[in-house]
Design a protein around this ligand. Structure first.
Ligand SMILES: Nc1ncnc2c1ncn2[C@@H]1O[C@H](COP(=O)(O)OP(=O)(O)O)[C@@H](O)[C@H]1O
Ligand SMILES: [Mg+2]
Length: 315
C-alpha cells in the first residue's frame, strides 16, 4: 500500500499485487463482467490497437471508433449487498496490470464513510478526488500512443451522493455533487487519460439519472444462483470430505427455499456460513455434514435491501 499526498482516499493500491490476484480469481459468477472490464481497459490503455483493428478489417479508420472513444469511462456496479461489487472493483486492476504488463493504481473513495454526507463536503471531496486522479494519470508519451500506466478510481457506496442530494435540496445546491462527478468523468474522457471510474451502489435508483446515463456499462450484481453456489461451495466442502449428495444438499438449503424468497449472498456464504462452520467444529471435532446442516439453520441469509425498508424513500 502506498501513501497518498492528501489522504482523501481510503486506500491507494498498486498492481500487480498477488493478494488482489487471489481475490479476483476467487470471485465466482462474474466472468462476463471480468471479460468486459479487461477488454475495455485494454482499449483505453492501448488506443492504437483499435486503429490497427479498424485498418485491418475495414481498411480505414472507422467513425465507429470515435463513438466508442467519446464515451465517459464510467462503469456502474449495482446490486444487492454482498455480491462482489467492491471485491471486483478493488481487484480487476490487477488483472489489467498483468495482461498489459503495466502499472495500475487503484484510488478508492468511500462516500458513506465520510461523516454526515453534507453536500458541500461531498462535492469538494469528489472534485479533489478527480483532480488528484487527473494529475496522477499521465497522457501517453511514447510514439505508439500506448499508455504505460493506468488508474482505477473507485467511488464506493456512491448512493451516499443521492443522500447528500436529498439534504441539499433544502439548500438549493442539489446538483453540486452530481455536477462535480459528471465534470470529473467528462474531463477524464476528453483528456484521453488512462483512467477508469467505477461507482458501486446498492441503490441504483438513488443515483442521479444524469450519472446513470453516462455510464458506459451498468453491471447488475445478483445473489448466486444454484450453479454459482455450487461452484463456490463445492471445493470447500469436498475438501472436508462431503460427498456430492451432501454438497448438493447444502447448495439447495442455501437457496430460496422453505418459503423464503431469497437465497444466500456470496458474503453470507463466505463471511458467515463457512466461518461459522469452522467455529462450530473447532477445537475438538471434525466438520461433518450434520454439523453443516445445523450451522446453515443458525445463519439465515441477509434479507435483500428493499425488504428491510431502510433508506428508501417513496418516489
Ligand atoms: N461473486 C463472488 N464470488 C465469491 N465470493 C464473493 C463474491 N461476491 C462477494 N464475495 C465474498 O463476499 C465478500 C463481500 O463482498 P463485497 O464485494 O464487499 O460485496 P458488495 O460490495 O457487493 O456488498 C467478498 O470479499 C468475498 O469474500
Ligand atoms: Mg461494497
Amino acid at each position: 500500500m502506498t501513501n497518498t499526498s492528501t489522504g482523501i482516499f481510503e486506500e491507494v493500491r498498486e498492481f500487480p499485487d498477488p493478494s488482489a490476484a487471489r481475490r479476483f480469481s476467487a470471485l465466482v459468477g462474474l466472468d462476463h463482467m471480468k471479460e468486459r472490464l479487461l477488454k475495455e481497459a485494454r482499449l483505453l490503455l492501448d488506443p492504437q490497437s483499435l486503429l490497427d483493428w479498424s485498418k485491418k478489417y475495414h481498411h480505414q479508420k472507422l467513425q465507429l471508433i470515435d463513438f466508442f472513444r467519446d464515451r465517459p469511462p464510467l462503469f456502474i456496479f449495482a446490486g444487492d449487498v454482498g455480491t462482489g461489487k467492491t471485491a471486483l472493483a478493488e481487484t480487476f486492476g490487477d488483472a489489467v496490470a498483468r495482461e498489459a504488463d503495466i502499472r495500475i493504481t487503484l484510488y478508492a473513495l468511500s462516500l458513506n464513510a465520510r461523516g454526515t454526507g453534507a453536500v458541500g463536503e461531498m462535492t469538494s471531496l469528489i472534485s479533489k478526488a478527480f483532480n488528484e486522479v487527473k494529475q496522477a494519470a499521465t497522457p501517453p508519451t511514447r510514439h505508439s500512443g500506448k499508455h504505460r500506466s493506468g488508474i482505477v478510481l473507485l467511488i464506493d457506496e456512491a448512493d451516499a451522493l443521492a443522500q447528500s442530494r436529498e439534504l441539499a435540496q433544502m439548500h438549493h445546491e442539489d446538483r453540486a455533487g452530481v455536477n462535480a462527478l459528471i465534470r470529473g468523468v467528462d474531463d477524464l474522457a476528453t483528456g484521453n487519460l488512462p483512467a477508469i471510474v467505477v461507482m458501486c451502489t446498492n441503490r441504483l435508483d438513488a443515483l442521479d439519472p444524469a450519472i446513470r446515463r453516462r455510464a458506459a456499462v451498468t453491471f447488475a450484481f445478483t445473489r448466486p444462483n444454484e450453479a454459482q453456489r455450487h461452484a463456490f461451495l463445492q471445493p470447500v466442502l469436498e475438501e472436508l470430505g462431503f460427498n456430492s449428495r451432501q454438497i448438493q444438499s447444502v447448495v439447495a438449503t442455501t437457496g430460496a427455499t422453505n418459503g423464503r424468497a431469497y437465497g444466500y449472498t456470496y458474503s453470507d456464504l463466505a463471511q458467515r456460513l463457512l466461518p461459522g462452520l469452522l467455529l462450530a467444529a473447532y477445537p475438538d471435532r471434525a466438520v461433518s455434514f450434520d454439523l453443516a446442516t445445523e450451522v446453515v439453520e443458525k445463519h439465515p441469509p441477509t434479507p435483500p435491501f428493499q425488504a428491510e425498508g431502510l433508506g428508501r424513500k417513496a418516489e
